[in-house]
Design a protein around this ligand. Structure first.
Ligand code: SF4
Length: 711
């Protein structure tokens, strides 16, 4: 672990999960890329390199507060436990909600989920990962029978064609972009296709760019399925032996995309470019399709995911080196949260609500009679329920929903009206914690210890570099103390994060008998030292008597044997029909607003804004507008523009650019009310969600534009 005082840990930002080596020198944290970490092999992006600069005392919440007054931990925790109990007694357990974050460590997530679903007895626990990749989870479950990412990063170097869709990889998963760039240098036959309505920085590595009309992804991939059949490039051996539902999926795809020219027109690309993409997919054996928020954040995100998976199943391009559909998670531990059930519609360790056996198994394992039987409210529904008074208490951990959720006005109103709001955060001033009755100081990156899982299912350790600031505590400690004060002593009597991780590993072993994907059985007898020294490893990590890397059964790819986790063991094609986005542009709101991240900021900037050099890249909220639209709307480059949707208005700097097509505009998600009183994009976004995944449609909001009038 320690090499000349360098401590191996993991980056706290995106889901690439880069390994970092860090040391504290003269009270400052210095970081460098970990050359041995299989996610990044020493590479870091601008955010990762500045991570050390964010570990400072400035702006930290240092002591618990009740109604703004400093208090002792014991008083704060007792107040929370007593208030929760009073609310449960009066309104029932479902009047309590937790809203978590992909920033939490797996151990934090595990105990939060256990407390809520297993002991309080409320299913109303959801996470900001709902905004990030829940459509992928739903798509995986429909196709594979489990939420399983089939491939690994190594496939990027083994692929001959990489399709990047719905992602500005260069800015949002920069180290994967660097890996693909490096792979292209070594392999001049490697082709990259970028599918994105915008001409982003990622086009620099693209051999082909399909700037499709926003929301038409299902048509694009249905067209591909149809094309594969037309040119006789379907893998019938794989389809017949390992899948079900192909005929219906092909029928829908064919019916929708019968005329290639017409399809190209609807997609907004030239027929030639469309054919080139389809040809490459058909003719190249090793194909990886990377996808992210542009696919997931949609009112039909799950269908989009399945339209991609359908094409890989139809060609057998899955479970093999250099092949597969590959969902990229946004946050550092979005995957870990999925594993331990930190979402309202899963139990824990990939156990499911709709399976009575799973319910019984988890009840036995946790030794509880209170385990919830039905899924709870997903993020948007959860805040709606707070607004309508159905939920009386909410505990928000490590996230800033007043900025990040759509329709932020409703979120603010909900929190204002909620009788009891608890916020655990490392920062004093966030847009959310001003609504808190109780503020709890949480340990930050560099102060806490546990595990995270990245997009390729790789579990890595986050290690503490220094003592927590002030009286800050790890999230798992805060949660278990509240649990104990509510009377659940035995179930939450964890001494440290190692004991929590071991219980989670034991649960995967207990439920598995080797029959399902998420298996950490090798870790169930882990010692403290082994946990502390744990090297990054992908699950499944199946049983061995001695925990040495060579004796662990490692499986980089799932489905290499053509077996899936459905009852028939066959993958399911889903017949997905194109549906337009939930909102439509009209004369009042004629422009489509797309949203996304910028290179040097992370989420609501609570930490990245602490590193001044990260703000030099793009210092303020902006809106990309096509020159033709800017001219029509009389908006001048670099002057302020007013952007209005049916939900609200924000002000941002106009950046006139051909990166966006006419009729489309783009704004970044990061700025908060605390940082920029008028640039908070959540005010514009409506609450339309995918009916299966509950993921909001953040990529398609009709807006209108005008110059900002100083008077
Ligand atoms: Fe951190 Fe992601 Fe950058 Fe890697 S790519 S250094 S995980 S922000």
């Amino acid at each position: 672990m320690v090499d000349n005082h360098w401590i191996k840990t993991t980056c706290a930002f995106c889901g690439v999960g880069c390994g970092i080596e860090a040391r504290v020198k003269n009270n400052k944290v210095i970081v460098r890329g970990d050359k041995q970490h299989p996610a990044n092999f020493g590479r870091l992006c601008s955010k990762g390199m500045a991570l050390g600069e964010t570990v400072i005392e400035q702006g930290r919440l240092l002591q618990p507060q009740i109604e703004g007054q400093t208090t002792h931990w014991d008083t704060a925790l007792t107040t929370i436990a007593d208030t929760f109990q009073n609310i449960i007694d009066e309104y029932g357990p479902e009047a309590i909600a937790f809203y978590l974050s992909g920033q939490l460590l797996t151990e934090d997530y595990y105990v939060a989920n256990k407390l809520m679903k297993g002991f309080i007895g409320s299913p109303n626990i959801d996470t900001n990962s709902r905004l990030c990749m829940s459509s992928s989870v739903a798509g995986h479950k429909r196709a594979f029978g489990s939420d399983t990412v089939p491939g690994c990063y190594e496939d990027l170097e083994k692929a001959e064609l990489i399709i990047i869709t719905g992602s500005n990889l260069a800015w949002c998963h920069p180290v994967l972009y660097q890996r693909i760039s490096a792979a292209k240098q070594l392999n001049n036959t490697l082709k990259v296709v970028l599918i994105d309505p915008r001409r982003t920085f990622t086009t620099q590595i693209a051999d082909l760019h399909l700037a499709i009309q926003p929301g038409t992804d299902v048509l694009l991939f249905n067209g591909l399925l149809h094309y594969l059949e037309k040119v006789n490039k379907l893998n019938y051996e794989f389809i017949n032996n390992h899948t079900e539902g192909f005929t219906a999926a092909l029928h829908v795809a064919t019916t929708e995309t019968i005329d290639h020219e017409q399809l190209a027109t609807i997609l907004g690309v030239s027929p030639h470019v469309l054919t080139q993409f389809y040809q490459w997919f058909a003719e190249i054996d090793n194909v990886v399709t990377l996808y992210s928020q542009g696919i997931n954040q949609s009112s039909c995100g799950t269908d989009k995911v399945n339209s991609i998976i359908n094409c890989h199943l139809a060609t057998g391009k899955i479970g093999k080196p250099g092949c597969g559909p590959f969902s990229l998670t946004g946050q550092p531990n979005a995957m870990g949260g999925r594993e331990v059930g930190g979402m309202a519609n899963t139990l824990a360790a990939h156990l499911e609500f709709n399976n009575p056996h799973h319910h019984e198994l988890l009840s036995q394992f946790w030794q509880t009679q209170r385990l919830v039987k039905q899924p709870g409210l997903k993020a948007i529904e959860l805040f709606d329920a707070i607004a309508t008074g159905k939920i009386k208490a909410v505990w928000i951990m490590a996230t800033n929903p007043v900025v990040s959720l759509p329709n932020t006005k409703l979120v603010e109103t909900a929190l204002q009206a909620c009788p009891f709001v608890v916020v655990s955060d490392c920062m004093m001033e966030t847009d959310t914690n001003q609504y808190a009755n109780i503020r709890l100081p949480a340990a930050s990156w560099g102060e806490k210890s546990g595990t995270v899982t990245n997009s390729e299912r790789r579990i890595s350790r986050q290690r503490s570099l220094k003592k927590p600031s002030g009286e800050a505590k790890p999230d798992w400690w805060i949660i278990t103390e509240v649990a104990k004060k509510m009377g659940f002593n035995q179930a939450f009597n964890f001494k440290n994060e190692v004991e929590i991780f071991k219980e989670y590993a034991q649960l995967t072993a207990y439920k598995n008998n080797g029959s399902r994907d998420l298996d950490l059985s090798a870790f169930k007898h882990l010692t403290d030292d082994e946990y502390n020294n744990l090297a990054p490893i992908q699950w499944p990590v199946t049983f061995s008597n001695q925990l040495t890397p060579n004796q662990l059964t490692k499986n980089k790819r799932f489905f290499d044997d053509g077996q899936f986790y459905t009852p028939s063991k066959k993958a399911q094609f889903i017949a997905v029909q194109f549906k337009p986005p939930a909102s439509k542009v009209n004369t009042n709101f004629p422009f489509i607003l797309n949203t996304g991240r910028i290179r040097d900021q992370w989420h609501t900037m609570t930490r990245t804004s602490l590193a001044p050099r990260l703000s030099t890249h793009i210092p303020e909220p902006f809106i990309n507008i096509h020159p033709v639209d800017a001219y029509k709307q009389q908006i001048i480059n670099f002057e302020l523009a007013r952007i209005t949707s049916s939900q609200g208005t924000v002000i941002a700097r106009a950046c006139i650019s051909e990166e966006v097509k006419p009729g489309q505009v783009f704004m970044p998600i990061h700025w908060t009310h605390v940082l920029s009183s008028n640039g908070q994009i959540g005010k514009l976004i409506n609450s339309h969600v995918d009916p299966l995944s509950g993921q909001p449609e953040s990529k398609f909001t009709p807006v209108t534009l005008s110059p900002w009038n100083y008077q």
